[in-house]
Design a protein around this ligand. Structure first.
Ligand code: PSU
Ligand code: MN
Length: 335
């Protein structure tokens, strides 16, 4: 009896240390600067499935109240598929992993009054006790810090068109090169330079996979014309990829491109032509830097009479469904 209980507690201990080895546990200094919600903390300590979610998509990616509704629905989809959602944002200088409904609403109402926070902005927003909506790069940073290997969003940043002159390259890409988190997205918008983005990811050693296709998806459309070297066909395939990436300690991230569901891709061409107009306007108005993506998203939505927002919401929900299944498959694999 005593022997069996000590054997089981030692195997529980070794399991815990395995999890800690692989999940890069938060160190005590950083711990004091980050708040993890009780639900997320509990799930992480048991090795249960958790899905990280970003917050720039709430503050800058969609208007109120659709942003609040979508944020709640995305969390519900993650929950209904067996994982715990962990939306990440900086509230009054405190990086939070896992938000309450009230906190989600606060962020949704703040909209672009919240600071768009990429990796370079984190220290400033925390030091000045600001409200920061985290982009993919900053969300990956915090997800990795607390040990969440799967992260769901709509689209990631990329190399902007004419990036070879402006050097406007999203820090999402360099973060993917240095942080071992898998990002589930519908690819990148054609407001960006997709072939150059894929080249840049290759340079930084990022594994780019496409879900049930050989082509990288282009957000509003299923195809981009750019092939990827890695195809995955199930949540289990993705889980194996993430598991190997972690066990080998490659240290770099994974992009999992999930095409927009076919029934929502119908307006892809209409949206594409609105993107071209919005891009011309941005050039005329000299809108550049981190203001460019929010401007283009809002303008394309106006030009399409809300079609792009509806597609955006549909694809985020689909990503949440698949991301939750990946997270559950990964938790099972690592038990
Ligand atoms: N792409 C979208 N919607 C978004 C974003 C990107 O389709 O809301 C947001 C994400 O938070 C992403 C950020 O990390 O924009 C990239 O911004 P930038 O290009 O300034 O790096
Ligand atoms: Mn930029």
């Amino acid at each position: 009896m005593a022997a069996s209980s000590s054997a089981s507690s030692s195997s529980a201990l070794s399991r815990l240390s395995n999890i800690q080895n692989h999940l890069n546990p938060i160190d005590s200094l950083a711990k004091n600067l980050v708040k993890i919600s009780p639900e997320v903390s509990e799930a992480l300590s048991h090795g249960h499935a958790v899905v990280a979610l970003e917050s720039t998509i709430i503050s800058h990616g969609m208007p109120y109240p659709q942003n609040f509704e979508t944020a709640k629905e995305v969390e519900a989809i993650v929950r209904n598929n067996g994982a715990v959602p962990a939306t990440i944002a900086i509230l009054e200088g405190l990086p939070c992993v896992g938000l309450s409904t009230e906190e989600l609403e606060r962020l949704a109402k703040l909209g672009s009054k919240a600071q768009k926070t990429a990796r370079r902005d984190i220290a400033h927003v925390v030091a000045t006790r600001g409200n920061g909506a985290t982009t993919v790069s900053a969300t990956m940073f915090f997800a990795s810090m607390v040990g969440i290997p799967v992260f769901v969003t709509g689209g990631i940043g990329g190399v902007h068109r004419h990036g070879e002159h402006t050097m406007d390259i999203s820090s999402d890409l360099t973060e993917l090169g240095r942080t071992p988190v898998a990002v589930v997205s519908a690819g990148i918008k054609s407001i960006l330079d997709i072939p150059r983005t894929l080249e840049y990811l290759e340079t930084h050693g990022v594994c780019v996979a496409a879900y049930k296709t050989n082509e990288f998806p282009a957000f509003f459309t299923e195809t981009s014309g750019s092939k990827v070297p890695c195809r995955v066909d199930s949540p289990e395939d993705c889980a194996r990829l993430i598991d190997v990436n972690m066990k080998l300690k490659l240290g770099s991230g994974i992009v999992i491109g999930v095409p927009i569901p076919r029934e929502h891709a119908a307006f892809g061409r209409v949206i594409e032509s609105a993107i071209q107009s919005a891009l011309r306007e941005a050039r005329e108005k000299n809108i550049t830097g981190n203001a460019e993506t929010p401007f283009l998203l809002a303008r394309v939505n106006e030009l399409t009479g809300g079609l792009s927002l509806a597609s955006n919401i549909a694809l985020v929900k689909n990503n949440a469904l698949i991301g939750a299944k990946i997270s559950v498959a990964l938790a099972q694999l690592r038990q």
